[in-house]
Design a protein around this ligand. Structure first.
Ligand code: ZN
Length: 411
């Protein structure tokens, strides 16, 4: 074994070790606080609800340990154990055409990986989620979802991949800039098409009919100079009883979407407070900023792919193939080992945005309504109110319950 493959193995071990350690901390912390509802919530959350949240978090945590280990085994299987090299040889036997080979390689990789991960996905949906009363998915919906995913991959994924592979072969040393332009443009197109064409493949969307609520929503939107092309209710309950609300689309195609499960559990005032929070994200341009940051990171990513495939590194990671497409796929497989360390930064930024959106909601609706809506959502989703501080710093896209509510209650 040479130095680079050794460094790679050390990085992989560090990557999995840190994540297992964080999971363990989270599990332990939640278990240690299972016996009592923390102080600020003891009027609103019952001990049974609190224990349910702890047990759910613990069950999810154990599941996540398993899936982490599987993920690492898969990575090593594809890289050091020579899986990618093997698949690349199969692709070469399958076709003489470089782009067809590349598509064969990516499809094979995705299909094999998801078959290996299938038992865990099934266990999560039909055991854990069901046990805690969240799962409404039947086997038919589960299989149909996967089939639709495959169709989307064939209809959208394969053409864009073909284009990228073609540029990689034909566009010379600046291929990565062209690929980035196309990737970014395509992302914007998908963002536009998602609410109108893709999301309806998976769920039913109907216009919100509650006249009284609609009036309150329109008042809030008008007061803040906001247009949306409609307010929709999505049948989220088809799959799960977890609730949510979101904005989707750009410009005039913007839509407000409520999960039916959320509308059932919140009062009108609470719904307005949640909506005001979502408006806060728009007013602070979090979505646009997110798109820009994403575009910068993708540009760096494509540049690094270019450097990587022209370096001697791939051979030390179990790939002796000279096909640039195989090397690109290899990069995508191994990059999480390093990009993981950016996670705390992204989480911090996301939590900062959540605080800003809450602040906006506080001014435009009522802090008390948002607090009670959040408590109801924590309860409905069995979210832990006592996460491990380090774990939540690294992973949480939303501030932990006590910090978020404390900030809302500040005068
Ligand atoms: Zn938010």
């Amino acid at each position: 074994m040479n130095a680079t493959s050794l460094i790679f193995l050390v990085l992989v071990m560090l990557w999995v070790g840190i994540r297992l350690y964080l999971n363990q901390r989270q599990l332990q912390h939640v278990r240690n606080h299972r016996h009592a509802v923390p102080k600020p919530f003891d009027n609103t959350i019952s001990l049974d609800e609190h224990k349910k949240a702890a047990d759910y978090t613990a069950a999810k945590g154990q599941m996540s340990n398993l899936s982490l280990i599987l993920e690492v085994l898969l990575l090593l299987l594809w890289t050091s154990a020579g899986g990618l090299q093997w698949l690349s040889t199969q692709a070469a036997n399958f076709s003489d055409h470089t782009i067809v080979r590349g598509l064969f390689l990516v499809t094979g990789l995705l299909v094999i990986s998801s078959i290996i991960q299938l038992p865990l996905t099934l266990w999560n949906t039909f055991n854990i989620e069901k046990k805690f009363g969240f799962n409404n998915t039947d086997l038919k919906t589960f299989i149909l979802d996967r089939l639709k995913g495959l169709i989307l991959f064939a209809a959208i994924g394969l053409p864009i991949l073909s284009l990228i592979f073609w540029l990689l072969q034909q566009a010379g040393s600046l291929w990565w800039i062209y690929c980035w332009l196309i990737w970014t443009g395509f992302g914007l197109l998908l963002g536009w098409a998602y609410p109108t064409f893709i999301a309806p493949m998976f769920n039913k969307f109907s216009e919100l009919e509650d006249k009284d609520l609609l009036l309150k929503i329109n008042t809030l939107l008008q007061d803040n100079g906001f247009d949306a092309s409609g307010v929709y209710v999505m049948d989220g309950s088809k799959r799960s009883s977890h609730g949510n609300a979101y904005f989707t689309g750009f410009g005039k195609s913007k839509r407000i979407v409520f999960f039916d499960t959320l509308l059932e559990s919140l009062t009108h005032d609470q719904i307005i407070a949640v909506l005001a929070h979502e408006l806060g994200h728009f007013k602070h341009k979090h979505i646009v900023k997110g798109l820009i940051v994403n575009a910068i990171i993708t540009l760096i990513g494509f540049y690094l792919i270019d450097r990587f495939i022209h370096s001697p590194l791939p051979a030390t990671l179990g790939v002796t193939d000279s096909s640039q497409i195989t090397l690109l796929v290899l990069f995508v497989l191994v990059s999480p080992v390093l990009s993981f360390y950016l996670q705390p930064l992204f989480s911090w930024w996301s939590r900062k945005n959540e605080f800003e959106a809450d602040e906006f909601a506080k001014q435009k609706s009522s802090a008390a309504d948002l607090v009670s809506a959040l408590l109801q959502m924590y309860k409905d989703n069995a979210s832990s109110l006592t996460p491990d501080p380090l774990y939540s710093r690294i992973y949480y896209s939303h501030p932990p319950a006590h910090e978020r509510i404390a900030a809302l209650q500040q005068a």
